[in-house]
Design a protein. Structure first.
Length: 92
């Protein structure tokens, strides 16, 4: 099961909105590559992906990803932390 911090939801929604300005059919997938979670643009979900409804979008998640999706500085980097982790605080 995945949980999302409010910060992660905001960043993913911004990425989705920006990508759809160029291609209205694009979708965002969360996948793991080299031990790091990534949000990538795709034309379709992969076999086994799970659709996750967020407030402004549907996100597709690679099978087996579990934990807390959060953001780290610098550059609003997406991270996957163990379930129940304390969310990161935003730096202002």
């Amino acid at each position: 099961m995945l949980e999302f911090t409010d910060w992660a939801k905001e960043i993913l929604a911004k990425a989705d909105a920006a990508a759809r300005r160029f291609n209205p059919d694009v979708l965002i997938r969360l996948t793991r590559k080299g031990g790091v979670v990534q949000a990538i643009l795709a034309e379709a979900p992969e076999d086994g992906d799970t659709a996750v409804s967020l407030p402004t979008m549907t996100l597709y998640v690679e099978r087996g990803l579990e934990g807390l999706v959060d953001i780290e500085e610098p550059h609003d980097r997406l991270v996957l932390r163990p379930a129940g982790s304390t969310p990161n605080a935003r730096e202002h």
